[in-house]
Design a protein around this ligand. Structure first.
Ligand code: SAH
Length: 196
């Protein structure tokens, strides 16, 4: 079936790093995502000073939007190049430190302290390291995760969520027979069974 055709496909971390090196990052939106503008109220619920998580963050400019609104932003991204480009493209000074709990991982934090980007695999994180979140912006994240890792990804995300939190998920509708992904095809029925 259509979905079967993508199930076995795996994109390695090395391949993601290469995409960044080659500038093969068609997924990046210079102007940010219009759907976050549209649903910002759903994410924030009128509250201030929230902790917002950006899984598989790339150099998403929406992180800057939320930080500028006074929220505290945490992202995770395997590509150090992406993380450094985020800070330099917004002229944000930052410092860099190791993450004691994760060997080889680094945390890049804006000097102002409200944006912390972990450079490691999302599967290395846990709530004991990054805490829990009031909001999640999942764009190009679940749909970029290898189909075989979806359950693990979702279990982690659910674990990182505070009780009264909001999760905005962007998916892409297309014919999975015509494109091998990513973004991968995630049918609505699967989203329902993954998140319960
Ligand atoms: N959310 C971003 C980027 C989407 S592309 C945006 O909206 O622009 C997916 C990103 O996830 C890539 O930058 C890739 O380098 C990163 N990535 C892939 N696998 C990862 C993993 N296991 N842990 C952390 N980041 C990962």
């Amino acid at each position: 079936s259509d979905v079967e055709s993508q199930k076995e496909r795996v994109v390695t971390e090395e391949e993601w790093l290469q995409k960044w090196e080659m500038g093969n990052i068609g997924f990046h939106k210079e102007q940010g995502h219009p759907l976050l503008q549209k649903y910002m109220d759903v994410l924030l619920n009128g509250k201030s000073g929230l902790r917002i998580f950006f899984p598989l963050c790339g150099k998403a400019v929406e992180m800057k939007w939320l930080a500028d609104m006074g929220h505290s932003v945490v992202g995770v991204e395997v590509s150090e190049q992406a993380v450094k480009e985020f800070f330099s493209e917004h002229s944000l000074p930052y410092c860099e430190e190791p993450v004691p709990e994760i060997s080889g991982a680094k945390m890049f934090q804006s000097t102002s302290g409200n944006i912390s980007l972990y450079c490691c695999s999302i599967y290395d994180l846990s709530s004991s390291i990054v805490g829990k979140f009031d909001g999640v912006w999942d764009r190009g994240a679940l749909v970029a995760v290898n189909p075989c890792d979806r359950q693990r990804y979702v279990s982690l995300m659910v674990n990182l969520m505070e009780k009264n939190s909001s999760y905005l998920l962007v998916t892409v509708s297309y014919d999975p027979n015509k494109h091998k992904g990513p973004p991968f095809y995630v049918p609505e029925s699967e989203i329902k069974s993954l998140f319960g």
